[in-house]
Design a protein around this ligand. Structure first.
Ligand code: NAD
Ligand code: AHE
Ligand code: ZN
Length: 410
């Protein structure tokens, strides 16, 4: 679909006027603008759990007040998209447009939007940052209260959807982003403008996985030089924890993963050891093994699997008195964590991290800069590139054992 935004129109207007083009050509061009009009475009619709996504032409309504309509250029598939599609997400709603790890260009903005403008390159944020709510002002968290309630109900802050399928059925939004559509609408507090020179194909990964793991290490845990770290799960999130811990000078970074194919890549990101917990000596647990390797336990452990039994092992492998375990993985609806309270009485700390504790609108620019200055690996997570039409094959990639991220292009 060939579209013109208002900046393009202004430029054409100037060129046409200078070259004395008939006024009716300009009027025609204005008529082609999509601003203020619904757009029909490609999208992958999830109609029900555990079923392939349906490629459809959907209608995306114009942004309302304090909303932004984005032309998505690239989107990747995060494990969380697969999790919600599996039907195990307590907040999962169908039919919906999934996707939350994307990057694109602002097509139009609603009334009152001042933070981004038409033509800006942007990353949608599932963790909003309004700057004025109790959470934002606390200085204690990156969680923001401004749009989270409606976001979890699959609608825009005014309680309605901007998406309709080709039969006119309303579709739910997902995580305030819905990047599996050529055009999407997000709240203005849920989007950040980025450096125009940053390649969207790469930096779309900063919309979730890389930022989450890296932030969990350098912000939530605040790993320091010499600390010992164990990371359970060597996906994009876990390996991003590894690169965060490595950048801080951790003395030991142990990856625990049931898939031996992850050893080489784990070491490339900075892991010093790799353990497959299914291949321990008879009678030995992963907690025994880690405690033995680290003279009593780790300074920091991270769960990047979403498995509640793994979360318990991660907590119990922490050093008595000060070890901290950070839960990043997302667990199935109905699952709960448990341990002996004595584990906490004796000084271990259990905490969690959403989007790595990163405030998207304030801190994304710094991450992009780190990437551009080659201090933060991002390209290395792309294990496949596909056209958007192959999104279902992209979901299959997730299960192939070597996949980190498949990036789709519209
Ligand atoms: P992924 O599927 O790419 O990686 C998970 C890794 O865990 C795989 O390498 C797998 O082999 C390994 N694994 C599975 N079971 C294991 C076990 N029992 N012991 C050890 N390793 C095991 O997933 P990802 O995209 O890296 O995401 C990881 C988790 O983080 C998911 O649960 C995802 O939903 C969640 N997540 C949370 C946030 C957040 O903000 N909290 C953000 C992004 C993703
Ligand atoms: N809907 C799930 C919870 C999902 C969840 O915990 N999401 C993470 C981000 S996963 C990104 O891949 C998160 O940031 N959570 C904080 C938040 O506000 O959603 C459920 O259990 O209901
Ligand atoms: Zn994600």
């Amino acid at each position: 679909m060939r579209l013109f935004n208002s900046t393009t129109i202004r430029l054409f207007h100037r060129t046409f006027t200078q070259n004395i083009v008939p006024p009716n050509a300009i009027t025609k061009l204005h008529k082609m603008s999509t601003v203020g009009k619904p757009i029909n475009c490609k999208a992958a619709v999830s109609y029900k759990p555990n079923a392939p996504l349906v490629l459809d032409t959907i209608t995306v309504d114009p942004p309302k007040s304090h909303e932004v309509r984005i032309k998505i250029i690239n989107t990747a598939i995060c494990h969380t998209d697969a999790y919600t599609l599996s039907g195990k997400d307590a907040e999962g709603l169908f039919p919906c447009v999934l996707g939350h790890e994307g990057a694109g260009i602002v097509e139009s903005v609603g009334e009152g939007v001042t933070s981004v403008k038409v033509g800006d390159h942007v990353i949608p944020l599932y963790t909003a940052e309004c700057g004025v709510c109790k959470f934002c002002k606390s200085g204690k968290t990156n969680l923001c209260g401004s749009v989270r309630a409606t976001q979890g109900k699959g609608v825009m802050p005014d309680g309605t959807s901007r998406f309709h399928d080709s039969k006119g059925q309303s579709l739910y939004h997902f995580m305030g982003c819905s990047t599996f559509s050529e055009y999407t609408v997000v709240a203005d507090v849920s989007v950040v403008a980025i450096d125009q020179t940053a390649p969207l194909e790469s930096v779309c990964l900063l919309g979730c996985g890389v930022t989450t793991g890296y932030g969990a290490a350098i912000k939530t845990a605040n790993v320091q030089k010499g600390d010992t770290v164990a990371v359970f799960g060597a996906g994009t999130v876990g390996l991003s924890v590894v690169q965060g811990a490595h950048s801080r000078g951790a003395s030991r970074i142990i990856i625990v993963d049931i898939n031996d194919n992850k050893e080489t890549v784990s070491r490339e990101f900075g892991a010093t050891d790799f353990i497959n917990p299914t291949k321990l000596s008879e009678g030995q647990t992963i907690v025994d093994k880690l405690v033995e390797m680290t003279d009593g336990g780790l300074d920091f452990t991270f769960d990047c699997t979403g498995n509640v039994d793994v979360m318990r092992s991660a907590l119990e492998a922490c050093h008595k008195g000060w070890g901290q375990s950070v839960i990043i993985g997302v667990a199935d609806a109905g699952k709960e964590i448990s341990t002996r309270p004595f584990q906490l009485v004796t000084g271990r700390v259990w905490k969690g991290s959403a989007f790595g504790g990163i405030k998207g609108r304030s801190e994304m620019g710094g991450l992009i800069k780190d990437y551009q200055e080659k201090k933060l690996k991002v390209d290395e997570f792309i294990t496949a590139r596909r056209p958007f039409s192959e999104i279902n094959e992209g979901f299959e990639d997730l299960h192939n054992g070597t996949c980190l991220r498949t990036v789709l292009k519209f």
